[in-house]
Write a new protein. Structure first.
Length: 291
């Protein structure tokens, strides 16, 4: 008996090689239609732990025509983004995927879903507004092509790769920065540390943890995320030292470009990154949808 063709939304805890190949083909079609950044990390998709249904696939007659990916299920807020085949847009596909994503958030007690899109996509902005999502902020993706031009800095901090024993200190620094729950952030950090994609760093002033960042290997590229200096230690040049030493650690392994993201309205951080030689490549918009 011939199996019925796949139709509608399918929840996935892990993705097979065949599904990843379908997704990459769909991404190619979408980007050929309109050259927008999709904000998908193929390495992360391939390494799903299988504990939550993070990925949603939409099929029409066995053809993959839509996809939505969620990160952060089980925490206060999760981030999600996706795509729809150009020939199947305005047919309710993305709305169905977002509805399924909201249901996953509810089941995992996540209170908000943050939708993120390339700033150049007018259709994405219109969709987010139509479903009641509110624009929260925008971020520049920035690229440094010449890490060897990074300024020399005095070494005043003990800056080192973090271990699981540092998760609580890192969680406290990050939670203070965005007024989050320190224990929940600690759990998230400890969970991320199990993945080969993440490498956390911690900066100590004597015995006092004052800063952190993490470097993620995404498709062979080095991305700096979660870069925070404690508020009471800002304005003293520690951020410049942490950034310079992190970049030096990255290129010591392999000379390569370095990427990071910064809120468009964070003028001090943007100025620091520009002084290092970082240039804006893409801007992403973030919309909050209450669950």
């Amino acid at each position: 008996m011939t199996a019925a063709p796949k139709q509608g939304v399918y929840k996935k805890w892990t993705l097979t090689d065949a599904e990843l190949a379908e997704l990459k083909q769909l991404a190619r079609i979408c980007q050929e239609h309109q050259p927008l950044e999709l904000r998908l990390t193929w390495d992360a998709l391939a390494l799903r732990t299988g504990d939550k249904a993070n990925d949603l696939l939409y099929y029409r007659d066995d053809i993959l025509i839509g996809f939505f990916s969620i990160d952060g299920l089980g925490f206060e807020e999760a981030e999600g983004t996706g795509m729809v085949h150009p020939s199947y847009r305005r047919q309710g596909v993305f709305r169905a995927l977002v509805a399924a994503a909201i249901e996953e958030c509810r089941q995992n007690k996540t209170k908000s879903l943050i939708l993120l899109f390339d700033h150049r996509s007018d259709a994405a902005a219109a969709f987010a507004t139509a479903i009641g999502a509110q624009h929260e902020f925008s971020e520049h993706n920035m690229r440094l092509d010449t890490p060897d031009s990074v300024p020399q800095v005095a070494r005043r901090l003990d800056f080192r790769k973090a271990t699981r024993d540092d998760a609580a200190a890192i969680g406290a620094i990050l939670a203070q920065d965005f007024d989050g729950d320190a224990e929940q952030v600690r759990q998230n950090v400890a969970h991320n540390m199990q993945s080969p994609i993440y490498q956390y760093y911690i900066a100590m002033l004597g015995h006092d943890p004052i800063g952190t960042l993490n470097v993620q290997n995404l498709g062979g590229d080095a991305y700096i995320y979660g870069f925070v200096v404690r508020p009471d230690q800002r304005g003293r040049g520690y951020g410049k030292e942490i950034l310079a030493r992190a970049i030096a650690d990255i290129v010591a392994v392999r000379p390569q470009p370095v990427f990071l993201e910064v809120e468009t309205e964070n003028d001090p951080a943007f100025g620091l990154y520009r002084s290092f030689g970082f240039e804006v490549t893409t801007t992403y918009d973030y919309y909050r949808l209450p669950v």
